[in-house]
Design a protein around this ligand. Sequence first.
Ligand code: ADP
Ligand code: MG
Length: 249
Amino acid sequence: MGLLKLENISKVFPHARGFLKAIRDINLEVKEGEFVTIVGPSGCGKSTLLRIINGLIPPTEGRVFYNGKEQKGINLDCAMVFQTFALVPWLTVFENIELALIPRGLSKEERVRKIEFYIDKVGLEGFEEAYPRELSGGMKQRVGLARALAVEPKILLMDEPFSSLDALTAINLREELIDFWNDPQISLKTIIMVTHIIEEAVELGDRVVVLSPHPGTILDDIRVDLPRPRDKMQNGFNEIVNKIFSIIA
Ligand code: ADP
Ligand code: MG
């Protein structure tokens, strides 16, 4: 069995006129070390799926297995990177990262060591005492990444992490994410990223899971065997992108 297994997951939310089915019958297995991208249109339940995986909300039906055991409640082995960064405005860069480490029971010395290490890794040395309002979008997302990496999660969950950044910043951060994933000093192995950008999903994932418009169901699960670093001009890249477009359309 993989590191993570979703079995017949559905989620229904209460809605003004009754109920709204956000996702339906999701079956998915993720192995340790895989980078899985999940692509689907806005509103198809991508964020809902990630929140079920990290245990922030329970599924209405189905079960989540982590390391072979049924997962109930928050999974502290997961860390999330959000589209909107989700930084606390009145805390500094250092304190924002520290906030994620406090529930993990580390000593102050260990926290400081990890925070400094990951701030350097994401290229924010010198900004430890800065507040989020003083940072560009790209820098805020670097804090979001450092905060998630500092937890040294078994699974990194990413919710459209580059969607609200300008195109050039997004290109750089995608490349850096792959560098972090390959960096022997960083224990980042398994990544699950949701996105509505098909090219991004194909550039990054070992597999691209394609979701239908809402309620989100899995339409296809496509292996991407292209060598990295990937780019749009590469042989075979556009064929996969076009295939996904034709599945969603
Ligand atoms: P995506 O991330 O793919 O854009 P979401 O998972 O945010 O989609 O939402 C899927 C559907 O579920 C949407 O119709 C959204 O309005 C609804 N939804 C999400 N969270 C809630 C909630 N807490 N309460 C009610 N409806 C919700
Ligand atoms: Mg979303």
